[in-house]
Design a protein around this ligand. Structure first.
Ligand code: TXA
Ligand code: MG
Length: 340
């Protein structure tokens, strides 16, 4: 199968492919998604096959507006309206109890709940409207690879296996959406996966408490979101996280060991410690936003495009967006920090 790269003026053709049951990858503000008609069980099944994704890991259903969700959900959590008004379209996925049989079981991994999201990308919203159906969209990478933040990443992983890719350049945020559980009508909303919509941002708007799944804080707790238990985002090359104060020892140690190092860090860190290192990937600027945007692209570049034994990646404080950045980086690094 030839994988076509669709440009903005070819949205209708891409949407027709979805309606016909084919797979088309699409851009969002977070990462690229692998799209299929959510109402066609066979197409949804193909998404799992093409990605090599475990069948018990449910998919996010992408909609063009909130009214589309109402077709599948009867009872909404009391805070739903406020959340949707403030955060949709945007990097926030909401979990609701769905009407039995409303969505093929293969999409929800057999659960009685489903995940919904309205992405903040104009072309993709038009694409969903043109298709006229909700579109499932896991990150459009092969399972175990970092999520794709460009159409080229998607092409690298999936060309020949999917009908097309809607190209809209690099994504803005760089890590997947926050997943918020609203399926228990009597309980406070709970974050199951950290993303760009933070607990603090939600609490400020809602003026009430938002919980965070225990496994995101304590090691050893079982995650409530099925996908969080898998070792995602994992490059083949070993990755080690480095705290700011540890750069001198880390660099010295790698020299003593005669290791070929790849360095993934902000411009200021690279200026100070990356001078003698051949393979580096620089975040756009020193902010946590730039680091989050560049993380997956950097891991891919140093893992696949460079000959290195070990990747050193910059650790950030675990607060605000840093929680999402460190959550993804820790998985890629199998929790390993450089230690003196
Ligand atoms: O930003 C994103 O969310 C991207 C873009 C493409 O929209 N999509 C994405 O999808 O990251 P995926 O499939 O890679 O991750 C979906 C996450 C998984 O951790 C999955 O377990 C969780 O959402 N999830 C889906 N349905 C769920 C449910 N009913 N209950 C709990 N967790 C659910
Ligand atoms: Mg994924």
């Amino acid at each position: 199968m030839d994988t076509k790269i669709y440009q903005a003026h070819e949205l209708a053709e891409a949407a027709e492919q979805i309606v016909a049951g084919e797979l088309v990858a699409f851009p969002t503000e977070t990462v690229y998604g692998l799209g299929a008609n959510a109402l066609l069980a066979d197409s949804v099944q193909k998404v799992f096959e093409v990605k090599g994704r475990p069948s018990d890991n449910p998919l996010i259903i992408h909609v063009a507006d909130f009214s589309q969700v109402k077709e599948y959900v009867d009872n909404f959590h009391p805070l739903t309206e406020k959340i949707v008004e403030n955060f949709w379209p945007g990097p926030l996925t909401l979990i609701f109890q769905i009407r039995k049989g409303a969505i093929p079981l293969v999409a929800t991994g057999g659960l009685s709940t489903a995940a919904f999201r309205m992405p903040d990308n104009k072309k993709t919203l038009d694409f969903i409207k043109l298709a006229g159906v909700p579109i499932v969209g896991p990150s459009a990478n092969t399972s175990g690879k970092p999520s794709p933040t460009t159409a080229q990443h998607v092409y690298h992983d999936l060309h020949g296996k999917i009908a097309g890719i809607l190209d809209d350049g690099a994504t803005q945020i760089g890590v997947e959406s926050t997943v918020l559980n609203l399926s228990d009508l009597n309980k406070a909303p709970m974050i199951l996966r950290p993303g760009a919509v933070t607990k603090e941002a939600l609490e400020e708007v809602l003026q009430s408490t938002v919980e965070i799944d225990g496994h995101l804080i304590k090691e050893g707790e079982i995650p409530k979101s099925p996908g969080m238990k898998y070792k995602h985002y994992s490059p083949d090359t070993q990755v080690m996280m480095v705290h700011p104060e540890d750069w001198p020892e880390a660099i010295q140690w790698s020299r003593d060991q005669r290791l070929k190092i790849g360095l993934l860090a902000s411009p200021d860190v690279l200026k100070e410690w990356g001078q003698t290192i051949k393979e580096t990937f620089s975040y756009d600027n020193n902010s946590i936003e730039a680091a989050t945007r560049g993380l997956f692209a950097g891991l891919r570049a140093l893992d696949e495009g460079a000959d290195v034994d070990l990747i050193f990646a910059q650790a950030f404080p675990e607060e605000g967006l840093g929680i999402a950045y460190m959550n993804r980086l820790k998985k890629a690094a199998a929790q390993k920090f450089f230690e003196k």
